[in-house]
Design a protein around this ligand. Structure first.
Ligand code: MN
Ligand code: MN
Length: 458
């Protein structure tokens, strides 16, 4: 092919022995991170500990920040900001921002979840984010979350990940009796109110009266004895069912990683490790691990919350410069995943403009649906800046859209940040089976994403 033509680079095709080792070693840290944090609360806690170990101190409003300061702001235990103040002029150079999210699609318990029928105790649920419901039946699920008890104290729950833990379950039909269900469209095979969690089967036979000899009563006694919980405590709880399995290498050559919640921990891990590992101290850098991206970036811990610009105001005030000037000169990588091209489903992708696994960090100039609607369409100048930056720093990258035009679409936090007058673009790792209980990414892409982030904040 002519040298004038464009061609993607397969990372594994060009990696030498040293780079292969770096890619595979980096993946081990990522897998540990994945298994330690399956909810935004757990990731927040994990990253706060990691930040403290790096010398980061908690930020308080009104604090005066100076060059060399490293601070974090843990927003309600579900969203964390890491900030490193550089030596440069923040009014002239702005802040380099990397924003990813740490919430993932899952199945949440309702506030009054418990019921019993035909001798089986169940939990009612309301799913969180975009899931294909049928994928969540007949797999082991773990229960994670936080319960605020009647006396106001909090209880953290994590059951189902350890080898000896019980797991939880959503049942599906046997093929022998599924003829009618099989005839339904896939999206209707299992409905939202069918995602009921199997919780128990042993009745409380020691009860004095017959009406209390129930499985639910036995379950309530177990909850009281083990966790000090009563049924009303579910009212003030956030409990989620997440896949019970942990991250594993996929394939004979171990090139890929299968895990729950790559979207978007696969960008969160490279974001904060790039900040910790990059020694240059010129730029002011902000790494954001946001919550609630999967349900529209709403709420106090989502990317639309004023906390984001409040923190920029604080940085500007510390330097004695205008916050508007800081924002006008800032740049942001909205670090989120994109759909990887899957040869098993070629009909949904357009081959020239798909992100391919193992072909490096994937830039998505625009998201949205039906004519780029609802998208932050980054300008050519910003793409051009990053193109040169990544090429100069040896980062392997590609571009890709989410699927064929008019087939579907999606959104990220990019548009909320761009709205604040900050040049923003989506970049991340191509994912196979996105939003399923077990998503797949390439180790090579996780590493190139990390290198891209390092180049950006250098
Ligand atoms: Mn995402
Ligand atoms: Mn998502």
């Amino acid at each position: 092919m002519s040298e004038l033509a464009y061609k993607r680079t397969n990372v594994y095709e060009v990696a030498d022995e040293k780079m292969m080792k770096e890619i595979f070693d980096y993946a081990e840290g990522y897998k540990t991170f994945l298994d330690a944090g399956k909810t935004e609360r757990e990731v927040c806690q994990y990253v706060e500990e990691a930040a403290k170990a790096q010398g980061y101190k908690p930020f308080e409003f009104g604090m005066k920040l100076k060059a060399g300061d490293k601070v974090y702001y843990n927003n309600r235990g579900k969203n964390i900001y890491l900030i490193r103040i550089g030596k440069g002029d923040v009014a002239k150079d702005g802040i380099r921002i990397i924003a990813s999210h740490i919430d993932s699609p899952r199945i949440d318990l309702k506030q009054v979840p418990l019921y019993e029928t035909e001798g089986i105790a169940f939990g009612k649920t309301h799913y969180y984010g975009g899931i294909r419901k049928y994928q969540w039946a007949a797999i082991p699920l773990a229960l994670h979350g936080t319960v605020v008890l009647a006396n106001g104290t909090s209880l953290d729950v994590k059951i189902g990940d350890e080898a000896n833990d019980p797991v939880f379950y959503i049942s599906d039909l046997l093929p022998h009796l599924a003829a009618k269900q099989n005839a339904k469209p896939l999206g209707e095979a299992i409905g939202g109110e069918d995602l009921n969690i199997w919780f128990g089967n042993v009745p409380y036979t020691a009860a004095e009266n017959d009406k209390d000899k129930t499985v639910k009563e036995n379950l309530l006694r177990i909850l009281k004895e083990k966790y000090g919980m009563e049924e009303a405590d579910f009212l003030s709880a956030e409990l989620s069912l997440v896949p019970a399995f942990n991250a594993k290498d996929i394939g004979f050559d171990r090139a890929l990683i299968g895990a729950y919640g790559h979207d978007d921990r696969v960008c969160s891990y490279p974001a904060y490790t790039a900040l910790f590992d990059e020694p240059s101290d010129e730029r002011t850098v902000m790494v954001i691990l946001a919550d609630k991206e999967e349900i529209g970036s709403e709420g106090t811990t989502g990317m639309q919350c004023a906390i984001f610009t409040d923190l920029i105001d604080e940085i500007a005030a510390s330097a004695g410069v205008s916050s508007a000037a800081v924002r006008a000169h800032s740049m942001c990588l909205s670090a989120d995943v994109n759909a990887g091209y899957d040869p098993n489903y070629p009909e949904v992708c357009e081959k020239l403009n798909s992100a391919y696994i193992s072909h490096g960090a994937g830039i998505t100039k625009f998201t949205g649906a039906r004519g780029k609607s609802g998208s932050n369409d980054a300008n050519a100048e910003f793409v051009g800046y990053l193109r040169k930056l990544f090429n100069d720093n040896g980062v392997i990258w590609q571009t890709g859209e989410m699927g064929k035009v008019d087939v579907g679409g999606g959104g990220t936090v990019a548009k909320y940040i761009a709205k604040m007058n900050i040049d923003t673009i989506d970049i991340g790792v191509p994912v196979i089976s996105m939003h399923s209980p077990y998503e797949v990414v390439s180790k090579a892409d996780v590493y190139e994403n990390y290198l891209a982030f390092r180049a950006f904040i250098k």
